[in-house]
Design a protein around this ligand. Sequence first.
Ligand code: NAP
Length: 292
Amino acid sequence: MVITRPTKVFALFGDPVAHSLSPVMQNRAFAYHGLPFCYIPFRVRREDLNAAVVAIRALGLGGVNITIPHKEQVIPYLDEVDREARLIGAVNTILNQNGRLIGYNTDGAGFLLSLNAEINFTPGGKRVVLLGAGGGARAVAFSLALGGTRALAIFNRNLERAQVLAEDLRRATGCDVETGNLRDDFLYPALARADLLVHASPVGMYPHHEEAPLVKAELLPPGLVVCDLVYNPPKTRLIIEAEARGCRVLSGIGMLVYQGALAFEIWTGLRAPVEVMRAAVKENLHNFESAS
Ligand code: NAP
């Protein structure tokens, strides 16, 4: 694009940011709508986060995405944080509204949109097993609970972390939540009753894509919906094995695209060109040619 006087700048703050797909996705969406906007990744160290947020106002940036490791730490520097982001305890999108910085979290809502748009799944009344209790798992768990999920079973290597998330969910949403660690006997009975399994750990992510999934495919009930938040490779070992078992599957690419689409809509007020953004992501997932 040509940078001119009216060009508005959007940014990504994180550390690292070099491999992020957000710049190609957002710049492609801006170009699609003919907007004089550009999106630039900035590596921001922890000790510089406050200064970087002050610079959003000082430089008049239109908005910013926040990624690892700043999603939680950024909250005290903002003027306002929307309800879902406050519950999740993390912000991934900031809107600069005439100098007032408003924080949102589009990860969970992006996950639900992807489930709905790609496999016509809605969480109301469903039973869900969630593997993991980190940042991605928190966003998914709150969006599911706020979306009317009937029961959530959270399994995590570190049981205490799952228990903290469960307590936050019960207090804020009243959702029925159980917890266990990954070796618990209760994992497979929970899967047998579940409508949806969500994997939210980095196990199976490139370059460790041969790593064994956290659950054995032969114990997955056929018909279960299996969603992996990992998007590189687009077809993880869990997704391949679950598909062969007769499960309905969903890769993490959809969540990545829809969280970006929601950020785009918050910044521009325009409808995000979701398929244009998805194509940009697939073209730039260099390590896997079979991005399908
Ligand atoms: P995170 O906050 O660091 O949490 C990592 C989670 O994975 C924790 O629950 C951790 O358990 C667990 N874990 C890590 N290594 C493990 C292992 N070897 N065995 C079992 N459990 C393990 O990370 P995150 O941000 O939630 O990201 C998790 C994955 O989701 C990443 O692959 C990320 O790329 C993906 N993600 C995708 C999207 C998307 O848009 N598609 C969005 C967010 C995240 P402990 O608590 O025991 O350490």
